[in-house]
Design a protein around this ligand. Structure first.
Ligand SMILES: C[S@@+](CC[C@H](N)C(=O)[O-])C[C@H]1O[C@@H](n2cnc3c(N)ncnc32)[C@H](O)[C@@H]1O
Length: 224
């Protein structure tokens, strides 16, 4: 069975209309350049303070690094990884494992801008990123025997990575990792599972958690 990773509440969104009143933001918007349309905390930090929940928003860099790590893994190359991105505005995207994500951050933002506007990224003959029509509950229930693990520093700390997965090969393990900088999972995310797992006493970056889970899953299932 593949490992399923969902990066939740990722800070990827188009610049909200109410920020366009700031001339410093408005001047740089260009419909010809998708990357300028994406909210980015590094560029829009002071204006973003008027936004609700601003600490979780404007961080496409987190999803970028997580995706580069996950897509480059042996698990993905062998076809045992399914990746989804859930955004702060509750849109869910499925990432085709063959996609080659630009390592350049601006090009990645451009890709995200086009994705949010068009709803998909296509190559000549296949979807590289497609939108899942539904919410996280619907996505989870689309898998047979889902076992949802919510990764959080506030969870029950595992002593050994072997405690994470058991040998039930019929189960679909779904690892949920926050794609945001600060704060905790929203109430909606917390409702998805009672299995809140901490892998360290330290607060870790989302991409470190991603790498550790994937590496362990590879070792546990002898995927090399
Ligand atoms: C930068 S953190 C989000 C900030 C938040 N203060 C936190 O530590 O959860 C990004 C994500 O990494 C995961 N994470 C961070 N530290 C973790 C830990 N010690 N154990 C398990 N997951 C962790 C969680 O999924 C979290 O949402």
């Amino acid at each position: 069975m593949p490992l399923i990773i969902i990066f939740v509440e990722c800070g990827i969104e188009l610049i909200p209309q109410n920020l366009e009143k700031f001339s410093s933001i408005r001047r740089k918007l260009s419909s010809q350049n998708y990357s300028t349309l994406i909210l980015d905390n590094a560029l829009h930090h002071s204006a973003m303070r008027i936004l609700k929940n601003f600490e979780k928003r404007g961080r496409p860099d987190i999803a970028h690094i997580c995706l580069l790590n996950a897509l480059g893994s042996i698990l993905n190359k062998k076809g045992y990884l399914k990746i989804y991105i859930h955004t702060i505005n509750n849109r869910i995207f499925e990432i085709n494992p063959v996609i080659r994500i630009a390592k350049n951050y601006n090009r990645f933002k451009g890709l995200m801008g086009k994705l949010l506007i068009d709803g998909a990224i296509k190559s000549e003959n296949e979807y590289l990123i497609s939108q899942f029509e539904g919410d996280l509950e619907k996505l989870i229930s689309s898998f047979e025997k889902p076992e949802v693990l919510l990764f959080s520093r506030k969870g029950k700390q595992i002593k050994n990575f072997n405690d994470l997965f058991n040998n039930d090969i019929d189960k679909n393990y779904i690892a949920i990792i926050g794609g945001f900088q600060k704060g905790s999972f929203s109430k909606e995310i917390m409702k998805l599972s009672e299995n809140l797992v901490s892998i360290s006493k330290y607060p870790l970056e989302a991409w470190i958690v991603t790498c550790k889970i994937i590496s362990f899953y590879e070792i546990f299932n002898k995927i090399e």
